[in-house]
Design a protein around this ligand. Structure first.
Ligand code: GLU
Length: 510
């Protein structure tokens, strides 16, 4: 029956070649097509980013399309959250639900009439059929396949119903299935090169319209990519098996398919798959953890290739979105799955923190972020007297830049001493010579410059002249001023607290 198609599978390769030539001279249109089933996660962001980089590097258009036809999985608020997350990352669309555009609406549940027409066209042409099989029958088929150790697949029963049988079933619920052609399913993948998959050999005819009248992913995706004049489809490699199916749908409609590029899987270092359920890989969780968008961008492109300046040196430098665009080359994406180098995220975040602290605007932003973090951590339940002046916070940030990778760390146990004095009760349980602390206080009061070197020297001299063991004394002192057993050196702690605060803390202890 597929001799009715505009082209046969044997001519597929040359057609793919022509398509590539065709799109070369036309303007590139790519889309990010997420399903609003939850938070945007690292994998989804990588797809969104690579589509953006490809579109912008080709001077093309970038479209956001929401694929929400699986109504049972739609999560309220997910569409807004996703757009907010991508905006935070600097990724802007040329067309989409909020911006509009000449190919809208950009939400699939608002485009149902297009799919209805398309499904009818396939029915009319004989490329699709109504299937009346009940859930019970499908379930039996599945169980039987499992029992006999075969891969469960629909047996295409309703493909061969005759007119009389169809007439008898006309009041029953039905789905519409697409007749899968026996075809080598060949297509050229811009990342994986030649891909061949005869889907009909392994799968039953897929449902394209469900019994509730909504299209499935396959139909809606193909119809929209065609109607929205998408020239290149970049998506995760987990969608590659669907692509062979989509190619058959394009053929059935008589449409030219877009170019396809599949992006390799993101894996954990131990070889396990990153899961959507891993809450810590959602973009909003990174935002709330104090990760900079620039760090996240550089982190996500640091594995899997796709850039022309891949030398080790430039891999460790923060690149701007514009630099990423100009270095992007789709032919350089690796087809091997890529192991996410988690430690690099911290590395990039510290690098960005340094960049931020190097500019007036960046410092102001960092101070605001630190203030917000402190207020959230300490001022919610307790009335504490904190110095949140801009100059104090700025000094702390500059002091901490080699010690932290993320501003949020400044409220962790190790740095809590900066904001909170040790409690009275903890001082009472300590065993030390109060007279000695009093004397030290006088020494420190008389110091002209309160810097690390001077403090170090003063503390050494003080221990020597009082005949006390330096290391033991530092332990006591650390405990008195910070309540900590370890952390930065005592002189460093004193510098960041400042003379006034150190004297106040020593006074409390004697
Ligand atoms: N809606 C699919 C998803 O959630 C889109 C796959 C594609 O890009 O075709 O990832």
């Amino acid at each position: 029956m597929y001799n009715k198609y505009l082209f046969k599978s044997s001519t597929c390769k040359s057609i793919v070649f022509n398509i590539c030539l065709r799109f070369h001279s036309e303007s590139v249109r790519v889309r990010f097509a997420p399903s609003p089933t939850g938070n945007l996660h690292l994998g989804g962001f990588r797809t969104a980013l690579y589509n953006y980089l490809f579109a912008k590097s080709k001077g093309g258009k970038y479209i956001l399309r929401i694929e929400d036809t699986d109504r049972s999985r739609v999560v309220n608020g997910a569409i807004d959250q996703l757009q907010e997350d991508l905006k935070w990352l600097g990724i802007e669309f040329d067309e989409g639900p909020k911006i509009g555009g000449s190919f809208g609406p950009y939400i699939q549940s608002e485009r149902l009439s297009n799919y209805k027409l398309a499904a009818q066209e396939l029915l009319n042409k004989g490329y699709a059929y109504k299937c009346y099989c009940t859930e019970k029958r499908l379930d039996l088929l599945r169980r039987d396949a499992i029992r006999t150790r075969r891969i469960p697949r629909y047996d295409n029963k309703c493909r061969s119903l005759d007119a009389e049988e169809i007439e008898q079933k006309k009041n029953m619920n039905f789905v519409i299935r697409f007749k899968l052609d026996q075809d080598d399913g060949h297509f050229h993948d811009l990342v994986y090169r030649n891909v061949t998959r005869n889907v009909a050999a392994v799968e039953g005819d897929p449902v394209i319209v469900k019994s509730d009248g909504f299209p499935t992913y396959h139909l809606a995706n193909v119809v929209d990519d065609h109607n929205m004049q998408i020239t290149h489809v970049l998506r995760g490699v987990e969608w590659q098996p669907s692509t062979s199916k989509h190619i058959l749908l394009y053929k059935a409609f008589g449409w030219t398919p877009p170019n396809f590029a599949h992006l390799p899987l993101l894996m954990n270092i131990d070889g396990t798959k990153l899961s959507k359920r891993q809450n810590d890989i959602t973009i909003s969780s990174y935002r709330h953890k104090g990760i900079y968008p620039e760090a996240l961008l550089n982190f996500v492109v640091s594995c899997g290739g796709g850039f022309s300046d891949n030398q080790t040196k430039s891999k460790t430098r923060i690149k701007t979105l514009d630099e990423l665009i100009s270095n992007f080359d789709i032919r350089l994406i690796n087809s091997n799955s890529c192991q996410v180098p988690w430690d690099k995220l911290d590395f990039f975040n510290r690098a960005q923190l340094k960049i931020e602290l190097g500019t007036v605007h960046g410092r102001k932003k960092a101070v605001e972020q630190l203030k917000y973090t402190i207020e959230n951590a300490f001022l919610k339940n307790e009335a504490v007297d904190l110095d949140l002046s801009e100059s104090h916070l700025e000094n702390i940030l500059l002091w901490s830049v080699e010690r932290i990778t993320n501003i949020n760390e400044l409220v962790n146990e190790n740095f809590k001493f900066i904001w909170m004095k040790p409690s009275e009760s903890s001082l009472q349980t300590m065993n030390y010579d109060k007279e000695l602390i009093m004397q030290l206080k006088e020494h420190l009061l008389n110091m002209d410059s309160f810097d690390v070197d001077n403090l170090g020297e003063t503390l050494h001299k003080f221990s020597k002249s009082n005949n006390i063991i330096y290391s033991k004394f530092m332990k006591t002192l650390r405990n008195i001023i910070s309540g900590l057993k370890q952390g930065p050196s005592v002189s460093e702690m004193m510098v960041i607290l400042g003379k006034e605060d150190v004297i106040a803390r020593l006074s409390r202890a004697c």
